[in-house]
Design a protein around this ligand. Structure first.
Ligand code: HEM
Length: 227
């Protein structure tokens, strides 16, 4: 090695949630388009549990998972983009100042998609487990948002992947490998910036709590489709 060091940047929980989302998103689209609503609802519950966990982990998890760690000012985000344009962006341990805002946007959009699904009702094939708790007008609103927000997520996901590719092309930095393995090579002198990893027992407890909450929500569905 040329004096470079490996740093652990992403914990297994962030990576698990990330790649599960990448898998679930096309599956949700496919199951909706092929009217496999049994699967669509199941994938939606999985997405909701993962995003709920990730938001909680963003408060109490590893340094690089925390919103307080990666949400910087809009000015810092613009400054970062200017640095990328000049090919002089610093090596970031975790999300960069611009990417952090996209992470927040994606998580909130995915949460919106999953929560509106709980209240959606297409009037024919399927209805969310909480649809009966609100009036028909709210079912319609939830359904309209649920259908449209997918395309906003898709657009943001494309932008997100283009940004990862641009990092490779413009700066020669591979961001995908760390999201797979959890660690990255850093220049000498950066080892001191090793992020603190979160407590695995807490992560398991939060994942179980998120799964339990979503399971409980699923039980609120009336026994009959016509209730
Ligand atoms: C194959 C396509 C994808 C690749 C290669 C990819 C790659 C990455 C990489 C490298 C990062 C870390 C960026 C950094 O260093 O700051 C990241 C983060 C993230 N990506 Fe993706 N991504 C893909 C698809 C998606 C999709 C479809 C979504 C959701 C719609 C998504 C949502 C996120 C989120 C929420 C994070 C933040 C992770 C966290 O902090 O929990 N990604 N992605």
């Amino acid at each position: 090695m040329d004096g470079r060091h490996r740093l652990k940047v992403w914990d297994p929980w962030v990576r698990l949630v990330h790649w599960a989302i990448v898998l679930l998103l096309p599956l949700q689209f496919w199951s909706a388009k092929t009217a496999r609503f049994d699967l669509h609802v199941a994938f939606g519950y999985a997405m909701l549990a993962l995003v709920a966990f990730r938001i909680a982990w963003g408060v109490v998890g590893s340094d690089t998972a925390r919103f307080s760690h990666f949400l910087r000012s809009p000015a810092a985000a613009l400054e970062h983009l200017r640095h990328v344009g000049r090919r002089e962006a610093p090596v970031d341990v975790g999300h960069n100042a611009a990417g952090g805002w996209m992470v927040l946007a994606l998580l909130l959009l995915l949460l919106t998609q999953a929560v509106t699904g709980l209240f959606a009702d297409d009037g024919v094939l399927t209805r969310g487990p909480l649809a009966h708790l609100v009036g028909g007008a709210w079912n319609d609103r939830a359904t309209a948002v649920h259908v449209r927000v997918f395309w906003v997520i898709a657009a943001c996901a494309v932008l997100h992947v283009l940004a990862v590719l641009a990092y490779r092309k413009v700066l020669g930095r591979n961001l995908v490998a760390p999201m797979v393995t959890g660690s990255m090579e850093v220049p000498p002198g950066m080892q001191a910036r090793a992020p603190r990893m979160g407590n695995p027992a807490l992560a398991v407890a939060l994942l179980a709590a998120a799964g339990g909450l979503v399971w409980w929500i699923s039980t609120l569905k009336p026994a009959s489709l016509f209730d």
